[in-house]
Design a protein around this ligand. Structure first.
Ligand SMILES: Cc1ncc(COP(=O)(O)O)c(C=O)c1O
Length: 412
C-alpha cells in the first residue's frame, strides 16, 4: 500500500490514517493508548518486510549470485534511508542494533568504557528510562567514578541550573532523553548539547519517544550519539539505530567478534572493518533493517510536522478532559509535553485503573514505566499512563474519560 498523506490530521481524514493499521479493522473497539510502549504497525511496513522474506530472501555480504547481491544492496540502501531520515548524507554514521537499549549499551562499552579514568564523571538525569540509566550506573560503579543525576523540578522539567553545574571538564558523557516516557516532558536538547559542547563533552540523545514525530537531524542538532528503536516508529521489534557523529567513529570499537566485521583474518591476527560494519558480527536482522527503513519512509510520507501537531492536539485535549475529573491527579506539568500523560486516581492503584479500563477495550499502561528513580524522586509508587500516536482520536479520549468516571463511581 503506498502511503502519501502529508496533510494536517483532523477528524475528516483520521479514518484514512487508521485504515493503514489493520489492527483497528480487526478490533474496531480497541482504544489503544499505549504507543509509548510500542506503536501499532501499518500494513506497508509489515508488507515491506514480508516481501523481502518471501521473495527476496538471501544472506548479505556473502554471495556473488544475484539474489544475495540484491539483498546486500537493499540492506545498505536501508542504511542510506535512515541516514537521510536523520539529516545525514553519510550512511556510515548509522549502525543497526537490536534497539535503543542495545544501542546505549554499545556506546557504554564500545566508546565510553575504554576512555574512563579515575576522577571522571558521567551526567544523566533522573527522568531516564532504565535503559539510559543503568549502563552508566554500572560503568560508574566499575570504575569508581561519579554518576551525576540531574533532578527535575516540581513540574517535571529538568533542573537546567543543576545540569550546567554538573557538566565539567571531567565529564565523559551527558546522556539524556529527548522526551520522558513517563511524564511526556520534552527536554531542551539543543540547549543541553550547547552547554555540554561548551565544555567539549559529548552528548547521547535517547530519541526512543521522539523519533516518530520530531525532526531530528545531526546537521542541526550536532549531537554525538543518537539512539532509537524500530518498534517506537511503527517498525519491527528487535531492531534499532545508533547514529554516531563522524568525529567519534574511529573510537567505536567492536564488541562482538565473528563473520562479516573483518577485513582480514590470519591464524595470528585479525583486522577489523571500520564503524559501523565492525558492529555487525554474524548475520544481522536483515528483514528488521528493511522494516525500519520502511518505517522511516512511512513517517516521511505522513509528515513529522503533521504527526507532532496531531499529538499536541490530543495531549492538550486529554489534559483538559482529565482535569475535569476531580479525583484524578495529573503527574507532571512540564513546560512542553508530547503525547504522554501520567496520572493517578485517588485511592485507586494504577493497576486497578488499567484492569478496569481494559474491560472497556482501553489499553493503557500502569506501573513504574522503567523509571524507578524518577518515581522515587516524585514520591510515587506507580502511575497510570496514556500515550498517543497518529491513529488516536479525541473520541477515544472521551471514551477514556467516561470509563474513568465509571471507575471512580464504582470505587467510591
Ligand atoms: C525513553 C526510552 N528509552 C529507552 C527505551 C527502551 O527501548 P527498547 O526497549 O526498545 O530498547 C524506551 C522504551 O520504552 C524508552 O521509552
Amino acid at each position: 500500500m503506498v502511503f502519501i498523506f502529508k496533510k494536517h490530521i483532523n477528524k475528516n481524514n483520521i479514518k484514512n490514517v487508521r485504515t493503514h493499521f489493520p489492527i483497528f479493522k480487526s478490533q474496531p473497539n480497541l482504544v489503544y493508548l499505549d504507543s509509548a510502549a510500542t506503536n501499532q504497525r501499518p500494513q506497508s511496513i509489515v508488507a515491506a518486510q514480508s516481501h523481502f522474506e518471501l521473495y527476496e530472501n538471501a544472506n548479505i555480504h556473502r554471495g556473488v549470485y544475484d539474489l544475495s547481491n540484491k539483498s546486500s544492496q537493499k540492506f545498505e540502501k536501508s542504511r542510506s534511508i535512515i541516514a537521510a531520515f536523520l539529516g545525514s548524507e553519510n550512511s556510515e554514521t548509522v549502525a543497526f542494533t537490536q534497539g535503543t537499549t542495545a544501542a546505549i549499551n554499545i556506546v557504554a562499552r564500545s566508546y565510553l568504557e575504554p576512555r574512563l579514568k579515575s576522577g571522571d564523571n558521567i551526567v544523566t538525569t533522573v527522568m531516564e528510562h532504565h535503559a539510559n540509566f543503568i549502563p552508566w550506573q554500572m560503568l560508574c560503579k566499575k570504575y569508581g567514578i561519579e554518576l551525576r543525576v540531574v533532578p527535575i523540578d516540581q513540574n517535571g522539567d529538568l533542573d537546567m541550573m543543576q545540569l550546567k553545574e554538573f557538566i565539567d571538564h571531567h565529564t565523559q558523557l551527558v546522556a539524556v532523553t529527548h522526551i520522558s516516557n513517563t511524564l511526556g516532558t520534552i527536554n531542551p536538547i539543543a540547549d543541553i548539547i550547547a552547554i555540554a559542547h561548551a565544555k567539549e563533552v559529548p552528548v547521547l540523545i535517547d530519541a526512543a519517544q521522539s523519533i516518530s514525530h520530531f525532526d531530528i537531524s545531526i546537521e542541526h542538532l550536532d549531537y554525538d550519539f543518537l539512539v532509537f528503536s524500530g518498534h517506537k516508529m511503527f517498525g519491527p521489534f528487535g531492531i534499532g539505530i545508533l547514529q554516531v557523529a563522524e568525529k567519534h567513529i574511529q573510537q567505536m570499537l567492536p564488541l562482538h567478534y565473528g563473520g562479516g566485521m573483518i577485513k582480514q583474518v590470519t591464524i595470528e591476527n585479525t583486522q577489523f572493518r571500520d564503524f559501523p560494519y565492525n558492529l555487525d558480527a554474524g548475520t544481522p536482522n536483515i528483514s528488521g533493517v528493511i522494516g525500519i527503513s520502511a518505517a522511516a519512509v512511512f513517517i516521511d510520507a505522513l509528515g513529522k510536522k503533521n504527526m507532532r501537531q496531531h499529538l499536541e492536539e490530543l495531549t492538550y485535549y486529554a489534559l483538559d478532559v482529565l482535569a475535569q475529573i476531580p479525583e484524578l491527579t495529573i503527574v507532571g506539568t512540564p513546560k512542553k509535553q508530547a503525547g504522554i500523560i501520567s496520572f493517578n486516581a485517588k485511592n485507586i492503584h494504577p493497576h486497578d485503573v488499567a484492569s478496569f479500563l481494559n474491560k472497556d477495550g482501553i489499553a493503557l499502561r500502569a506501573g513504574m514505566h522503567c523509571t524507578q528513580p524518577l518515581l522515587a524522586q516524585m514520591g510515587l509508587q506507580a502511575t497510570a499512563r496514556i500515550s498517543f500516536s497518529v491513529y488516536n482520536t479525541k473520541e477515544e479520549i472521551d471514551l477514556l474519560a467516561l470509563s474513568l468516571r465509571e471507575l471512580i463511581k464504582f470505587w467510591s
